[in-house]
Design a protein around this ligand. Structure first.
Ligand SMILES: *[C@@H]1O[C@H](CO)[C@@H](O)[C@H](O)[C@H]1NC(C)=O
Ligand SMILES: *[C@@H]1O[C@H](CO)[C@@H](O)[C@H](O)[C@H]1NC(C)=O
Ligand SMILES: *[C@@H]1O[C@H](CO)[C@@H](O)[C@H](O)[C@H]1NC(C)=O
Ligand SMILES: *[C@@H]1O[C@H](CO)[C@@H](O)[C@H](O)[C@H]1NC(C)=O
Length: 397
């Protein structure tokens, strides 16, 4: 695992010396093929398989960004690769080095037509000055919550928002601590967008829990949503607020267990969730999470917390936004935060109990759900009736 101390030094070291970068590239390629033969690096969305791999990393195949493999040495200093790639993807990296920028614009003027960047499908328009269309700038300052729950959701998905409001999102005082809920939205495009925006304004007036920014809301732009969320947390929730949790809208969340865990958690430089180590970079272009070698040559990602639900101390948003100025923004949001964390030299930590965060849907029983913090749910689950049952008085197990 990458240790905090050796990173910045390694970065300087690689930057100043191009030949070392080439050596690392060659080693990385050799390691990649070695790894490919050893374990076929199949892409498999089946949660069952994923679960097996998470529990039993020696078995074949890694999945998602989540294919966890603790048996191989960790991706040490992988973030250098993305820093180096500033040359390729510089139009996206405003933090790019001045000399690099000039060199490449010279290259562009030499070719008569600017060739489209083949890597652009895998990077997002960030950093960029997006604006909030719907905002709640004062709520954190007024109520100083102990934890803010941030739920990314598509603008049209009112149904998900209502379910969350009437279940775990409605828990506003837990163990004497204030918990707040916000939904994160981008902008809708296409037919019906003005009408939808109208409805969103009404919904916002009613619930005061929508945060909407003006980037285009789509799957490939999730990294933008996450980074805009961090900018928002830094601007509006960093004073007096302790933690934030980003949680997907199809999850079940046990808020009391979350608060309990955080009561004894570190107050700074803290990020936890289901932490993937040495996850394989997926090289099959058909994979949902494909990343071309040209963008990131290393075979494994740095340590990162899976996007389904992760918790962070509220000193981190500012630091992560700062780090994002130096790292090419990949479209895989949780992996991208992993790169930013590695840049900062702050590895995400495991939760105190491995059962707390579940990527594979846990079948509902009062007992099972009383022992976890967050789990994915089966698509056909009636989450409102599950919630009603869970909140009934009486013993859980
Ligand atoms: C980036 O491009 C510049 C100018 O072409 C070059 O001097 C520099 O070594 C390149 N960096 C890397 C990491 O390839
Ligand atoms: C850009 O990088 C070069 C060498 O890599 C360094 O000398 C220079 O100071 C850097 N400039 C900026 C603005 O970071
Ligand atoms: C790079 O470009 C900037 C502005 O475009 C210019 O001021 C600067 O002199 C250029 N640097 C080099 C090394 O060409
Ligand atoms: C992501 O958002 C940006 C900014 O709104 C937009 O230009 C881009 O087209 C969006 N990406 C996709 C894949 O829609």
């Amino acid at each position: 695992m990458t240790e905090a101390g050796d990173l910045p030094e390694k970065r300087r070291w690689c930057r100043s010396c191009r030949s070392w970068f080439l050596v690392i590239l060659v080693l990385g390629t050799v390691f990649f093929f070695y790894n490919t033969n050893k374990e076929q690096m199949l892409f498999d969305l089946n949660p069952k398989t994923l679960w097996r791999q998470l529990k039993n990393p020696k078995q074949s195949g890694a999945t998602h960004p989540a294919g966890v493999n603790t048996s191989t040495p960790a991706s040490k200093g992988t973030v250098t690769a993305l820093l180096q790639n500033e040359n390729i993807t510089l139009s996206m990296a405003t933090g790019a080095n001045q000399t690099t920028t000039n060199a490449s614009s010279a290259q562009q003027t030499m070719s008569p037509l600017p060739t489209p960047n083949p890597l652009s499908p895998y990077i997002v328009e960030y950093p960029y000055e997006y604006h909030f269309i719907i905002n709640e700038p004062e709520k954190c300052k007024q109520e100083k919550p102990f934890v803010v729950l941030m739920v990314p959701v598509a603008p049209h998905n009112r149904a998900h928002r209502d379910i969350i409001r009437s279940t775990w999102g409605g828990e506003s005082l837990v163990h004497g601590k204030v918990v707040m809920l916000f939904f994160l939205l981008g902008k809708q495009s296409g037919d019906g967008a003005p009408q939808l925006q109208e409805q969103l304004l009404k919904e916002s007036a009613e619930h005061r829990d929508l945060i909407q920014s003006d980037f285009l809301d789509c799957y490939k732009n999730l990294t933008i949503k996450t980074m805009v969320m961090l900018e928002w947390l830094d601007a509006h929730c960093s004073a007096g607020v302790s933690y934030a949790m980003k949680i997907d809208s199809d999850m079940f969340l046990n808020v009391p267990n979350l608060v309990n865990m955080l009561l004894t958690a570190p107050k700074t430089n803290y990020m936890t969730g289901l932490v993937a180590r040495g996850a394989a970079v997926l090289r099959d272009p058909k994979s949902k999470w494909f990343i071309p070698v040209e963008l990131f040559p290393h075979p494994q990602y740095p340590r990162y917390a899976l996007g389904l639900g992760y918790v962070l101390s509220l000193d981190l948003p500012k630091k992560l936004v700062g780090a994002s100025r130096h790292i090419t923004a990949l479209y895989i949001e949780d992996v991208y935060l992993g790169f930013c964390m590695e840049y900062l030299g702050i590895p995400p930590t495991d939760p105190p109990n491995w059962r707390y965060f579940q990527v594979n849907p846990v079948w509902y029983t009062r007992c099972a759900y009383s022992r976890l913090i967050a789990t994915t749910t089966y698509e056909n689950t009636n989450r409102v009736s599950v919630w009603k049952d869970f909140k009934k008085p009486g013993p859980y197990c």
